[in-house]
Unconditional design. Structure first.
Ligand code: TA6
Length: 286
């Protein structure tokens, strides 16, 4: 079942309930902000202080970073991570599949507002498959007559039982740019989070496992050349108005991306797909 709903302030979202799972997707940003498979804990973290107001990014779930990741290198006054996550997308298709899962497609094209920030014609299609796992696939199409360069990310906030228990497997041996020290290093062993972490790993992220206690979340990335790992830790959590002081303890961002040095150039008419499949393994709650 799929319902179109709004918060009390009129902020629109869709709610999906099927035999396998439930999910919520805001039309602003085509932003998946809740997903829970039956008999499993919620996969995505959502700030208890997140905005749900037009033009303000939701803190949590899966923000889509496009057409740049991080600050815009030519004009830092433009919104961090681009405009896609605060633009109003169109609900294009909803499909109830024979296996009981649900597929939703949302679309965004250039607008007067986007052209004022980034003078290119494009079409984004986000396909969300709500099943016993969550699949999120973003197709980017260059509809312009000139090539353009993009940075993209599924800026996914995963809910974890305790950040200090987290071990992230699958990044061993990858080099990473540490945005805090501005240095490039090589990952030795699993990634553990004991302080603020903000790193762009040069890896496809095809098989990442986030473990925390009995929890294990498997992430299979496609179409990406980088994976960003971020946790703001205490000081930044306290400074962020849309995050509780202790919010950092129950989240970690594992972002399937083409960020920084992995930006891509799309020729006119060219498309690129970037996506991830998320599955919580070995954790059953009755
Ligand atoms: O993905 C890591 C990062 O670029 C961090 O540097 C931090 O800024 C985070 O994204 C959150 O960005 P936001 O604009 O959503 O507050």
């Amino acid at each position: 079942m799929i319902e179109e709903k709004t918060f009390n302030n009129g902020f629109p979202y869709i709610e999906i309930n099927n035999a396998m799972a439930e999910a919520k997707i805001a039309l602003q940003g085509a932003h998946v902000f809740a997903y829970k498979a039956r008999n499993r804990p919620a996969l995505l973290w959502l700030s208890t202080k997140s905005h749900f107001t037009q033009g303000k990014a939701i803190r949590g779930g899966i923000p889509l970073c496009f057409p740049w990741f991080g600050k815009n290198t030519e004009d830092e006054t433009l919104p961090q991570h681009g405009f896609a996550r605060t633009a109003l997308w169109e609900l294009a298709e909803v499909e109830a599949l024979d296996d009981g899962s649900t597929c939703v497609r949302l679309r965004l094209c250039e607008s007067r507002e986007s052209l004022a920030q980034w003078n290119y014609r494009f079409e984004l299609t986000l396909e969300v498959h709500v099943a016993e796992s969550l699949s999120v696939q973003l197709q980017i199409k260059n509809r312009d007559t000139k090539a353009f360069e993009i940075g993209t990310a599924l800026h996914t906030y995963l809910r974890v039982s305790d950040i200090e228990d987290v071990k992230i497997e699958g990044l061993e041996g990858s080099s990473y740019y540490d945005a805090l020290t501005k240095r490039t290093q090589v990952q030795e062993g699993n990634v553990k989070i004991k302080e603020e972490v903000d790193r762009v790993y040069q890896t496809k992220g095809e098989n990442i496992i986030v473990r925390a206690g009995v929890q294990s979340i498997n992430i299979k990335s496609e179409g990406s050349s980088s994976v960003v790992i971020w946790n703001p830790w205490k000081e930044k959590s306290v400074s962020m108005q849309d995050m509780s002081d202790t919010g950092y303890k129950s989240m970690v961002c594992v972002e399937t991306s083409n960020a920084l040095a992995d930006r891509q150039t799309l020729a006119p008419g060219e498309t690129h797909n970037i996506g991830a499949l998320y599955r919580e393994e070995g954790f059953n709650t009755n």
